[in-house]
Ligand binder design. Structure first.
Ligand code: BTN
Length: 255
């Protein structure tokens, strides 16, 4: 472990909490300054994207980053891509150390998959208080347990044959990669992160369906734009950018 990141972050550890994202929001509302990592062994009310719950038994990794760096609301979504590439490298590094090269891929906007099965997800939330922009990024990684209550393919590191002795190793490795990619984002800009993200993305140039909750749009997944929106080439040749939605691979719309 290098733990050098600990000099820059306040680390708060819980055995059990409702949700590390909710705790981050409470800390921000209490007016804290500086960056925090909130890590809990289990959560009683873990939250996922689109109002879903996130199964949070002890065994998997649950933590949130609370960033107090004055990142403008417009730029905040870019950070989910910074986190995604850092998480990809973390799992890739630890799996290769175990001599198990996993076929990892990033799914827009911010899931990490192994063979099309979800291994990790993240939830971005933002808060403007006392004139400050806080950014909260919560990460859930299936380390030892594969959640059963999910209607899509999921997996865990143990299921894929990767045994990480301690979740702190995973957190430490992630933080080192996060620091690296955060510096690239700050010094060289989002386009460098975009490049790394695209190199790790699943199903580029293939057919996808995007469900934004109201409409389903089908097209070829071209890339992401300078704001992190997904760009889809429609049947009539037009390219459309979408800022939210759930991506489904290899499906066609009925009718
Ligand atoms: C998703 O739906 O893919 C996002 C899942 C995010 C889960 C993590 S676990 C740690 C943090 N605390 C929460 O309540 N949610 C996030």
């Amino acid at each position: 472990m290098s733990l050098s990141w600990l000099k820059k972050y306040n680390l708060v550890i819980f055995e059990k909490i409702d949700s590390t994202n909710s705790e981050a929001i409470r800390l921000a509302k209490a007016g804290v300054s500086g960056d925090y990592i909130i890590w809990s062994e289990s959560q009683t009310a873990g939250r996922g994207r689109a109002g879903r719950s996130w199964s949070s038994e002890s065994g998997n990794l649950y933590f949130s980053l609370l960033l107090d760096r004055g990142i403008t609301l417009e730029k905040q979504p870019q950070l989910s891509f910074v986190v995604a590439v850092a998480l990809y490298d973390t799992i890739d590094f630890l799996a290769k150390k175990d001599k198990i090269p996993l076929p990892l891929g990033l799914k827009w906007p911010n899931d990490l998959l192994v063979n099309n099965k979800k291994l990790a997800g993240m939830l971005l939330e933002s808060l403007t208080l006392y004139g400050k922009n806080y950014l909260i990024i919560g990460l859930g990684v299936n380390v030892k347990l594969t959640p059963k209550d999910i209607d899509k393919p999921v997996t865990s590191l143990v299921e894929e044959g990767v045994y990480i002795l301690d979740n702190s190793t995973l957190l430490d490795t992630f933080m080192n990669y996060f620091q690296k990619y955060f510096a690239i984002w700050r010094n060289k800009g989002f386009m460098r992160i975009r490049e790394s993200w695209l190199a790790k993305a699943y199903n580029l140039n293939e057919m996808v369906v995007i469900d934004d909750g109201k409409n389903k749009i089908s097209g070829e997944f071209k890339d992401i734009d300078a704001n992190g929106n997904i760009r889809i080439k429609l049947a009539d040749g037009r390219v459309q950018s979408l800022s939210t939605g759930e991506v489904f691979f290899g499906k066609k719309l009925d009718g």
